[in-house]
Design a protein around this ligand. Structure first.
Ligand code: HEC
Length: 372
């Protein structure tokens, strides 16, 4: 039973693209529609929803795509699809039933068929995954996400301290995302004495105002309320409810370089407890993919982080942070980023900090799924 299934899969994955290459005269197919109908619709269905179970002869994996579902397809960028088409399902830790078309289709034909498949999502307004730029440590991004991020900040000198922020982000509707953030900090003000706890919890809503793959840009706005649940006496909370509002802008530039910008303000309801603060953050970077542009992704970035209390006589804090993000799972849904945050102005009493995060895009797969 097992052997015959294995045999069947081998035949399917080696034979299907090979016979397609010869018999259908794949080289002659030029339009995306012709390529799709010649090589893909047998499994994926003429309408992109997947061919009926009775005709395909394999058991559809749980993650088998329905290309008409915009919420599932638009977050995937063309590079991810091309990697699966060129190198087969296993290139992104998907099922081996999805064959490799590297011998059957040219790079250009793959781009054509991807263009055709993009037409299966009929609903307008979904931001495309290409605009989902690598998340920076300090600058919030414009793209709405389904992810969990745990960011850790360590003082590199001065008072030892460790702070973590756990952020859960979840999309809803075409353009919106909710966000819950929970900070957890530990500090050692004197030798042998550590204390810690939960800080002020934030609840936010983000909405995409504009996105265009043509111009490579995305703009969002976020409103957030930060609740004073942290212990103020221990420096874990501000003791006052604060509204944080910001706009975020992402710009994809040629050769996978990018620019991200975020500007906003923290407005506490009682200014006697905390001042209004304005902030401007930017990240510039470039992504490099292994395996001829489709494999593991490395994204070096540098951020400039500015904030200023809106009180007469206060100076602006500017930090510079070089960092590197890397995709660690094969599916690229688990990522790691590490950077060094260096105060550049107003340096007295401000420490260098090491920051890193672990990110899980849970819409793309379970934590332990998608590694090999
Ligand atoms: C033998 C059946 C079969 C054929 C032929 C086939 N596919 Fe697939 N394809 C699959 C299966 C099964 C999956 C799902 C793999 C998984 O989720 O583990 C898949 C997944 C994909 C994905 C990944 C979608 C995602 O969720 O990221 C893309 C893109 C894709 N196929 C494109 C194509 C294109 C383009 C062709 C034709 C050139 C094609 N497939 C031909 C079976 C097939």
């Amino acid at each position: 039973m097992k052997i015959s299934l294995l045999f069947f899969l081998t035949v399917l994955t080696l034979y299907v693209p090979a016979t397609f290459a010869q018999s259908a005269g794949a080289a002659k197919l030029t339009t995306g529609k012709e390529i799709y109908e010649g090589g893909c619709s047998g499994c994926h269905g003429g309408d992109g929803k997947g061919a009926p179970q009775s005709t395909i002869g394999f058991e559809k994996p749980e993650s088998f795509p329905d290309f008409t579902k915009c919420d599932q397809t638009t977050p995937e960028d063309n590079w991810a699809w091309k990697s699966v088409i060129r190198d087969g399902g296993p290139s992104r830790a998907f099922s081996q039933i999805m064959p490799s078309f590297s011998g059957a289709l040219t790079s250009r034909q793959m781009d054509e068929v991807i263009g055709y498949m993009r037409g299966f999502c009929k609903e307008k307004g979904w931001a495309r995954g290409e605009l989902n730029l690598p998340r920076a440590l300090g600058t919030e991004k414009a793209f709405p996400e389904d992810e969990v991020v745990i960011t850790t900040t360590l003082n590199a000198n001065g008072t030892p301290s460790v702070s973590n922020e756990i952020v859960h982000e979840q999309r809803f509707g075409v353009k919106n995302q909710i966000e819950v953030s929970v900070p957890v900090s530990f500090e050692r003000p004197e030798r042998g004495k550590w204390y810690g706890g939960v800080g002020d919890v934030g609840l936010g809503v983000k909405r995409v105002l504009f996105s265009s793959l043509g111009s490579g840009s995305i703009v969002s706005a976020q409103g957030e309320v930060i609740l004073p649940v942290g212990n103020r006496a221990h420096g874990l909370g501000s003791g006052v409810t604060t509204f944080e509002n910001f706009v975020a802008y992402g710009q994809l530039l040629p050769w996978k370089t990018f620019f991200q910008f975020q500007a906003g303000a923290d407005l506490p309801v009682d200014r006697a407890k905390a001042p209004d603060t304005a902030f401007v953050r930017t990240a510039i970077g470039k992504s490099f993919n292994q395996n001829e542009g489709l494999g593991r992704m490395w994204s070096p970035m540098v951020e400039f982080l500015g904030d200023r209390d809106l009180v007469a006589g206060m100076r602006t804090n500017v930090d510079v942070m070089p960092e590197m993000q890397v995709t660690i799972s094969k599916r690229q849904h688990i990522r790691f980023d590490v950077g060094l945050r260096i105060p550049a102005t107003n340096t007295a009493g401000r420490q260098k900090q090491v920051m890193f995060y672990l990110l899980w895009d849970w819409q793309d797969g379970k934590l332990l799924e998608g590694w090999k």
